[in-house]
Design a protein around this ligand. Structure first.
Ligand SMILES: N[C@@H](CCC(=O)N[C@@H](CS)C(=O)NCC(=O)O)C(=O)O
Length: 169
């Protein structure tokens, strides 16, 4: 397999679910962290960003953008998309469910947020998510990712500054 490379920022953002999925699928990957506006402009002028947005994943000769498309490709590639359309729908449900919040992109952050809200009408969801967390985080690939160097720290001021600079906000 040729090298797999994720182009994103040095932070969680939309990149984290991709890192998470690559790890779950046992796919080793490199990362290019954008820190300068010129790097983003080059990706755009080279025609690599169909919607002028990150993240970009270079995998199997494909230059994939759009987080959902990337995550589903990795899921299919890694045999993590169920055995039939019905199971795929359940997988999609969890994927879409963890995207409820626009500020988080990982079930782990979502779990954290819902801990704060657990007495607020979504207790069942919280319990299900806790079970989901326990099951998933005990899988060897995921457990290694969560403890490993490619798991990013919580978004901080440096990350925000990088994003603003690269996206010219
Ligand atoms: N629907 C896209 C949204 C991607 C997105 O909003 N990316 C941000 C960085 S996290 C971006 O590149 N924004 C630049 C822009 O929209 O001009 C996805 O899910 O990948």
């Amino acid at each position: 397999m040729s090298q797999v490379t994720l182009h994103y920022f040095d932070g969680r953002g939309k990149g984290e679910i991709i890192r998470f999925m690559l790890s779950a699928a046992g796919i080793k990957f490199n990362e290019v962290f954008l820190t300068k506006r010129e790097e983003m402009v080059k990706l755009i002028t080279d025609g690599l960003l169909d919607f002028n947005q990150l993240p970009l994943l270079d995998i199997d000769g494909l230059r994939l953008v759009q987080t959902g498309a990337i995550v589903r490709y990795i899921a299919r590639r890694g045999g993590l998309y169920g055995k039939d359309d019905k199971e795929a729908a359940v997988v999609d449900k969890f994927f879409e469910g963890q995207r409820i919040s626009t500020t988080t992109t990982s079930p782990w952050e979502h779990l954290h947020i819902n801990s704060a809200r657990k007495n607020n009408g979504i207790k069942c969801f919280h319990v299900c998510l806790q079970q989901f967390y326990k099951t998933v985080s005990s899988l060897p690939n995921i457990s290694a990712f969560l403890k490993g160097p490619q798991r990013k720290r919580a978004n901080d001021e440096r990350y925000v500054a990088d994003v603003k600079r690269v996206l010219a906000w």
